[in-house]
Design a protein around this ligand. Structure first.
Ligand SMILES: O=C(CO)[C@H](O)[C@H](O)COP(=O)(O)O
Ligand SMILES: [Co+2]
Length: 220
């Protein structure tokens, strides 16, 4: 039975009370931290100093999702800050293989994200350099958007390429993950699920995490 990993996104948390907001999700697998620079996406969140502080107080490993330009320059610093995994966007990296190696050398899991319209095919040969592939299931930039079913064939193609090549990287999905959508993404091959509004928007975040795991379960 595959363990479904649920990584709540603090994009939907109360940024003034982040330490308490981290405690609310202590039953999750990791905390997803969305870094946005207002260039790669039209939104601005937080950067290295805040991530370093979250790293100090978080009971969970950090899953950092960089939605920033010039990923080659900045991503290694998030690995050095102690993030368990660092995800850069394929569209924002000029040398993704070199970058993935630098992230691993710095002690982090290396992950690469694809926007909904970015195909996976040009990257199939480099999947072995990665620990995780993030298939964005909404246009990056904002929480609370609806899951894009048009991304499901890409998840299936990536899963089949990973299985065919005998690789052990996992597929993460991010955006619009709810009790209604998680099973579709799981059936397509995702095993790591980012959920912002559906966890932090619930009165009881721990119950929302459990409900997602239950809804995404399939007898594989
Ligand atoms: O990367 C992101 C947006 O770019 C967020 O991680 C994502 O949107 C999570 O929010 P929600 O679950 O509400 O869609
Ligand atoms: Co994200």
């Amino acid at each position: 039975m595959t363990h479904l990993r649920i990584n709540p996104s603090i994009l939907s948390a109360d940024f003034v009370n982040l330490e308490a907001e981290l405690q609310r999700i202590s039953s999750a697998d990791a905390v997803h931290v969305d870094v946005m620079d207002n260039h790669f996406v039209p939104n601005l969140t937080l950067g290295l100093p805040v991530v370093r502080r979250i790293q100090q107080v978080s009971p969970l490993p950090l899953d950092v999702h960089l939605m920033i330009e010039d990923a080659d320059r900045w991503a290694p610093q998030y690995a050095e800050a102690g993030a368990a995994s660092v995800t850069f966007h394929a569209e924002a990296a000029t040398a993704p293989v070199k970058l993935a190696r630098e992230l691993r050398d710095a002690g982090a899991k290396a992950a690469m994200a694809l926007r909904p319209a970015t195909p996976v095919e040009p990257y199939l040969d480099m999947l072995g350099e990665l620990d995780m592939l993030l298939v964005m299931t909404v246009e990056p930039g904002f929480g609370g958007q609806s899951f894009l079913d048009l991304t499901l064939p890409k998840i299936r193609r990536a899963a089949s390429a990973i299985e065919g090549a005998g690789l052990d990287l996992v597929i993460q999905v991010d955006g619009g993950i709810t009790e209604e959508t998680i099973l579709r993404a799981a059936e397509a091959g995702a095993t790591v699920f980012v959920a912002g509004s559906s966890v932090y928007g619930a009165d009881d975040a721990a119950s929302a995490i459990t409900a997602l795991r239950t809804a995404g379960f399939r007898d594989a």
